[in-house]
Design a protein around this ligand. Structure first.
Ligand SMILES: C[S@@+](CC[C@H](N)C(=O)[O-])C[C@H]1O[C@@H](n2cnc3c(N)ncnc32)[C@H](O)[C@@H]1O
Length: 500
């Protein structure tokens, strides 16, 4: 059945301009991925199974799941509910579901809801007056939701205040509603971007997902552009299986393939749940091999974070293009340095470098910071660069003529909140942030090229005196290379954080 539905979908894709489909965040799951997703379910032992596919498109996922259910003898009846809003694809969905109904070996009932999946039932989700006190719940939920950033005042965002923060993406609103629509102990398999696994924007969603459900399985793709055939999707995508339960499983199964074609060559491992889902922020650490598990294991033996030590990573203060009139190429009366990522070179901060706009003339408090010791860390790096974490030591004594300085918002800096950081402390932080293992840890946590303060402020660090000791060591050695940092680090992680 699925082959025919895929064929019909291809004809539809060819006949429908991409621009039209983009309006609905529409792209279609490949045949292999759909079958793989359907195979992930543990099917409950009962005669009648209800399934939900919200944002059903042409019905590919529903069809894959029905094919799977057809192979299970005990099942007599399948009850399908599909939500879809795009009037262009709806006739195809109707045709395909009628075909499935005809061809399937089981009795099939079909309900196509031509309504917005979110706004049609947010009253139920939020237990509001007018909501259905007994909303429909399903045994299995499968989905490839629309990927669309929506404004924070879009109806779907306003409907789900419990999980939205700022301008959300439809995909996680769908995932939250999908979990809501599951019966207790039911399973949901969704293909979604990985962006929700870290970052402050997704915290409320993670809290919802991981308190009402538990992650049982995550599938990762090695290649980000080979997940959706024919479709130009560059988002890094993962498949998750979530069970609606409060009971934490011992392990999460993590599988990976390079593309969406070779599911038979899956790499597979079981990782302790607490290693994957960790910390107050409920970050999800997507490890792909034993080496990465070892990285988490080693650093997690340190149980402090920067804020717990009175330190914090912050984002640079000045958005340069919004303050053009204040920027200067040359030093003049009253100007202070404005540091950009280009000033971070070989582990230190070099200034001036004859860069445009490297001075700022301002009285605005919000654009200035004390001239004191910091560790500067680039916020953005190019995908092909070998490291995400690239940092430079900033020492105020090198620029004694300035009382204040400024930082462009494309760099981050670590600041001592109560007292100024000593030189050895800044150098100790440099050892951490310039080591290979720290970079690896960050990459497991965040797949993007951006370095976010939220994540950094949650990374494990040793006690203050240990960081200072590391700093003294590198200052003495005068070798500021990554290898030198690794060597110093090796004496500390994996052991009691106090013994070198
Ligand atoms: C990424 S596509 C996936 C299609 C299909 N599930 C598949 O895997 O091939 C998401 C679908 O959700 C539909 N959609 C977008 N917003 C919706 C909404 N608010 N309610 C219901 N469906 C919606 C789009 O029209 C689109 O067909």
């Amino acid at each position: 059945m699925l082959d025919r539905i895929i064929e019909k979908t291809s004809e539809y894709i060819d006949s429908m301009p991409k621009k039209e489909r983009k309006k609905y965040g529409q792209f279609f799951t490949s045949i292999e991925t759909a079958r793989y997703m359907a195979d992930l379910f543990v099917i409950p032992e009962k005669e009648k199974i209800s399934i939900l596919d919200a944002g059903a498109g042409s019905g590919i996922l529903t069809c894959a799941l029905v094919e799977r259910l057809n192979t299970i003898e005990g099942i007599k009846e399948i009850d399908i509910t599909c939500y879809e809003t795009d009037i262009n694809v709806l006739p195809l969905l109707q045709e395909n579901l009628a075909y499935i109904q005809n061809e399937s070996e089981k009795a099939i009932s079909v309900q196509i809801v031509q309504d917005n999946y979110i706004t049609s039932q947010y009253l139920d989700f939020n237990c509001m007056i007018g909501g259905n006190l007994n909303p429909k719940k399903y045994d299995l939920v499968i989905g490839n939701p629309p990927y669309m950033k929506i404004p924070k005042d879009a109806p779907e965002a306003k409907a789900m205040p419990d999980i939205c923060y700022g301008a959300p993406n439809m995909y996680f609103i769908f995932a939250a509603m999908g979990l809501f629509n599951l019966k207790d102990n039911g399973e949901m398999v969704y293909i979604i971007p990985r962006s929700w696994t870290s970052g402050a924007y997704f915290k409320k969603f993670r809290e919802y997902l991981l308190s009402h459900g538990k992650l049982l399985h995550i599938h990762l793709f090695g290649s980000r552009n080979k997940v959706f055939d024919k479709e130009d999707v560059l988002q890094e995508t993962i498949i998750v299986k979530v069970k609606k339960t409060c009971e934490k499983p011992e392990n999460v199964k993590i599988t990976s393939t390079h593309t969406n074609k070779e599911f038979d060559k899956c790499k597979e491992m079981l990782v302790p749940y607490d290693l994957v889902v960790s910390g107050d922020e409920l970050f999800v650490y997507l490890v792909t091999n034993e080496e990465e598990v070892a990285v988490l294991d080693k650093l997690r033996r340190w149980d402090k974070t920067l804020p717990e030590l009175g330190l914090r990573m912050k984002t640079g203060l000045t958005v340069d293009f919004r303050n053009r009139d204040l920027l200067r190429d040359e030093e003049e009366e009253g100007t202070i340095p404005l540091f950009y990522s280009q000033h971070i070179k070989q582990g230190e901060v070099q200034f001036p470098i004859k860069k445009d706009n490297e001075y700022i003339l301002t009285e605005q408090k919000g654009l200035m910071q004390e001239n004191k010791n910091y560790l500067f860390v680039k916020r953005f790096t190019a995908k092909e660069e070998p490291r995400r974490l690239q940092c430079g030591v900033y020492l105020s004594k090198k620029f004694p003529q300035y009382e204040k300085i400024s930082t462009q918002n494309k760099i981050n800096f670590i600041d001592g909140l109560l007292t100024e950081m000593s030189e050895c402390l800044v150098y100790g932080l440099y050892v951490l942030f310039n080591s290979t293992i720290y970079d690896e840890y960050y990459r497991i946590l965040n797949g993007s090229t951006q370095v976010n303060s939220t994540e950094i402020n949650c990374m494990p660090v040793p006690e203050l005196d240990v960081i200072q000791e590391m700093g003294r060591k590198i200052m003495k050695s005068k070798d500021f290379s990554e290898e030198s940092c690794n060597l110093i680090m090796e004496g500390y992680y994996g052991q009691d954080s106090r013994s070198a």
